[in-house]
Write a protein that binds this ligand. Structure first.
Ligand code: CA
Length: 224
């Protein structure tokens, strides 16, 4: 697996890089939160391991932002001993698993292997549909040679809809999986975000072909 490790404590970071590399994984590491987030969004990983307490940007914030841009990538949080509140918050904000410090090498490797079995196929990074060329890794869409930037959340919506091509994704699901929120009142925010996104990606935002509205149900990938 390609693994990204974000951990500021040097001894632990180097130890984990050795451990995971020794287990056959390709590991990239960052010692600081902002750098970790940049790597997580610019490259494709099969697993992201995030320390909770980090300089620059806390692990939970990285988790939330990565989850918005890349709903499918498994995220494991490293938390301090016995902090149940952190654990709950981590899982609510999109982490798939957590490991409590201190942990043994054996325990961590076992958990990583479990996550590996869960990992989806390598994430789709480029896609061409109805004259729009998406580069999900670079967060861009190109139409008629004109490049526009996409927000991580917009890429998150596109990935989710594309993964579910052939089906319909409800506003509530988009809200929960991409925006990390719940509640009927906020689904209007999804409609507004979709409207903005359509202006960037559709040939004609008034006659959308890529993100199609399904009356009373939600949205669907248009190329069905
Ligand atoms: Ca730390």
């Amino acid at each position: 697996m390609r693994i990204l490790l974000v951990e500021d404590e040097p001894t632990l970071r180097l130890g984990l890089v050795d451990l995971l590399s020794g287990d056959g994984h390709h590991v990239e590491s960052a010692a600081e939160g902002t750098r970790g987030l940049a790597l997580a969004l610019s490259e494709s990983f099969d697993l992201i391991v995030l320390d909770w307490m980090l300089p620059g940007l806390p692990g939970i914030e990285i988790c939330r932002r990565v989850r918005a841009a890349r709903p499918g990538v498994p995220i494991m949080m490293l938390t301090a001993r016995g902090d149940e509140a952190d654990k709950v918050r981590g899982l609510t904000d999109g982490a798939d698993d957590y490991v409590t410090k201190p942990f043994s090498a054996k325990e961590l490797l076992a958990r990583v292997r479990v996550m590996g079995r869960r990992a989806p196929q390598a994430q789709l990074e480029q896609l061409s549909v109805d004259g729009a060329v998406f580069d999900f890794a670079r967060l861009t869409v190109t139409r008629n040679g004109h490049v526009q930037e996409l927000a991580p959340r917009e890429v998150g919506m596109l990935r989710l809809l594309h993964e579910r091509a052939g089906g319909v994704v409800s506003r509530a699901e988009i809200l929960e999986k991409v925006f990390g929120q719940r509640g009927d009142l906020q689904t209007r925010a999804v409609d507004m975000a979709i409207a903005v996104l359509r202006k960037k990606i559709e040939r004609d935002a008034g006659l959308p072909a890529i993100i199609v509205s399904i009356k009373g149900a939600g949205y669907a990938w248009g190329n069905r």
